[in-house]
Design a protein around this ligand. Structure first.
Ligand code: DGT
Ligand code: CA
Ligand code: CA
Ligand code: ZN
Length: 576
């Protein structure tokens, strides 16, 4: 809002910096406010609250006192004031790709456009080109942006939903105590899809407790609206806008209900067909055979009755898992603990937020044995990158660090930008000395299929490029995949031994599950990385692993489940 109002960039950046610092605190900002004691129920005095907040780097007096007000009252007068000045629709317009705050402000001030509909109409009628500096091209861009925005679904990234689901479970357990036998999330979250539509909880409890449990659920602190509150189910909207359903059932129904509500719908249909072939009916509560009812307390019993082993939820997408289960050919899926290292991380040498040492120590604390530091090469204009001179300084730092580290190794890597014309922005002599070199495209991503495919294939044929990072370039719910012909890239991968990476960053998960499965079918190996720009982001390996599991990946399919000494031999640069 400050940006739209044309505030000076110092002030705007001060808020951005403060927001960033708070986001990356290693404790809750409330704990800092209270002087480091989150458990203390005592409200702090205004003076000491502000003083405590000022210990956060980048938080000055003005922002500290506004934060203090927010923490104390749940509201911020300054924010309210700004909201009154800027129409809400203008903020919606900021969500249109390629429309920044300056343009939004001009559309508002000069053309009186304050909603997305008005913007669409104005662009269609050629009114936007009346603004100085805007033309037909900008109008076409705005219309394309509006179309992209309306394609956006209401689905959330799993990384925001998963912690929220854990919190709901903890609160329900705290409120209902021993009345709850079992509680879990089901639906797409249990199948670990990259995005989640709504959240589905199941609770088993003796019938006598059902009403109380549903009541407690509708009264959770984060519930904003109760849409439905019946005898077995309640449905609410949480304060983050997410729909959350909770069903209560008796323990004897648990197995059938968990299978049913985990889904997917198509998996359920196949399971039900299988039951019918064997003379049963199957619904969300029970098996039926003639007049008899058969109950399953566990999922294992449900699958067993159908003559199948238990099927991991990530595979339940009606993609051949039932046939595989029947044939005893289910994969032994990779687990987080199988990973020994991480081959894509960033540091303050480019756009990362932590030093190499901080990243290394954090990775080691998570049980990893090596990381590759793969800062961006300098050709990528948007970030400070390493060039042929600076990378040698970085190597000196890595060598010195490796002498201090015990049981952990930092590898010399690079995320090399493949320029629009397929050329590289680092001399071969440097690439030859790296432990591992990833290459990727961040610019000119709208190139047509032939062009971008030729560009990537050319890089794949380079002797010192070991892997292509985040090959499709998708940003979930934000940006479509590039036009890269992945079938061709996989063919060249077979021919050259260049790897196609699975980037575990939660907004990427690139390659996705479908492509991972395809790699596996072609006998290709991959690497699974965090792309962490901050030590907290090693967390994304958890989501990356589940993405790989959805692609039927086993530990053997992912090279960084190996020790470095073994992995090394598989890299193209070391193969003959
Ligand atoms: P979402 O919420 O869009 O991310 O995806 P899900 O899979 O969580 O879908 P949701 O919430 O509509 O339903 C949860 C589960 O309930 C679903 O995975 C399977 C089951 N289910 C829902 N509707 C049907 C249905 O019409 N038939 C069958 N067989 N199962 C259903
Ligand atoms: Ca759901
Ligand atoms: Ca649902
Ligand atoms: Zn990248």
């Amino acid at each position: 809002m400050l940006d739209v109002l044309g505030e000076n960039s110092f002030k705007v950046n001060a808020y951005r910096r403060a927001a960033d610092a708070i986001q990356h605190l290693d404790q809750d900002v409330r704990a800092v406010w209270q002087g480091g004691d989150a458990a203390s129920p005592e409200p702090v005095e205004a003076a000491s609250g502000v003083k405590n907040l000022r210990t956060i780097a980048g938080v000055g007096e003005a922002i500290a006192s506004k934060l203090d007000e927010l923490l104390r009252t749940g509201e911020m007068g300054y924010y309210r004031e700004l909201s009154e000045q800027v129409p809400a629709g203008v903020l919606d317009i900021l969500k249109v790709p390629d429309v920044g705050p300056k343009t939004a402000a001009r559309l508002w001030r000069e053309l009186n456009i304050t909603t997305l509909d008005q913007l669409r109409a104005a662009a269609e009628q050629g009114q936007v080109r009346q603004l100085k500096g805007m033309g037909e091209k900008s109008e076409a861009k705005i219309l394309a942006g509006l179309a992209a925005l309306s394609r956006k679904t209401n689905r959330r990234l799993i990384s925001t939903v998963y912690p929220f689901a854990q919190a709901v479970i903890a609160q329900m357990q705290e409120t209902c105590g021993s009345a709850i036998h079992q509680i879990t999330y089901a639906g797409s979250l249990r199948r670990m899809r990259a995005t989640i539509g709504d959240l589905d909880f199941l609770v088993s409890a003796d019938a006598a407790h059902h009403a109380d449990i549903l009541e407690a659920f509708t009264k959770l602190p984060r519930v904003e609206t109760v849409n439905d509150h019946g005898g077995t189910k309640a449905s609410v909207i949480a304060d983050n806008g997410l729909q959350v359903d909770l069903r209560v059932l008796e323990p004897k129904h648990w197995g059938c209900a968990l299978v049913y509500f985990t889904g997917s719908k198509q998996h359920n249909i196949e399971i039900r067909g299988l039951a019918q072939e064997q003379g049963y009916t199957l619904n969300e509560y029970r098996f039926g055979q003639n007049e008899r009812e058969l109950f399953c307390e566990t999922e294992e019993e449900v699958y067993q009755k159908l003559g199948l082993p238990w099927i991991p939820p990530e595979l339940r997408e009606a993609a051949g898992e039932i046939e595989a289960a029947r044939a005893g050919a289910l994969p032994r899926l990779i687990e987080l603990g199988d990973l020994k290292g991480d081959l894509q991380t960033h540091s303050t040498w480019s756009d990362g937020q932590m030093t190499i040492e901080q990243m290394a120590r954090a990775a080691q604390a998570r049980g990893l044995k090596y990381i590759a530091v793969t800062d961006h090469s300098s050709g990528l204009g948007i970030t400070r990158g390493v060039d042929a001179t600076r990378i040698k300084e970085q190597w000196a730092e890595i060598d010195a660090l490796n002498k201090r580290l015990r049981g952990f190794k930092v590898l010399k890597g690079l995320e090399l930008e493949i320029r629009a014309d397929g050329s590289l922005d680092m001399p071969d002599e440097i690439l030859a000395q790296l432990d591992i070199c990833l290459a990727s495209t961040h610019t000119a991503q709208k190139q047509p299929k032939e062009k971008i495919t030729a560009r990537v294939v050319k890089a794949m044929r380079h002797p010192h490029i070991d892997a292509i990072a985040h090959p499709t370039g998708r940003l979930i719910e934000e940006r479509e995949e590039t036009a890269l012909d992945l079938a061709e890239a996989m063919r060249v991968a077979q021919e050259t031994g260049t790897l196609l990476e699975v980037d575990g960053a939660v907004e990427r998960l690139d390659l996705d599950e479908v492509h991972i499965r395809r790699l596996k079918q072609l006998g290709l190996k991959t690497i699974l990385d965090s792309d962490a720009h901050h030590a907290d982001q090693f967390e994304t390996l958890f989501y990356g692993i589940h993405n790989a599991r959805r692609g039927w990946a086993e530990a053997g399919d992912v090279l960084n489940t190996l020790e470095w000494a073994q992995l090394k031999k598989h890299l193209k640069r070391n193969r003959r």
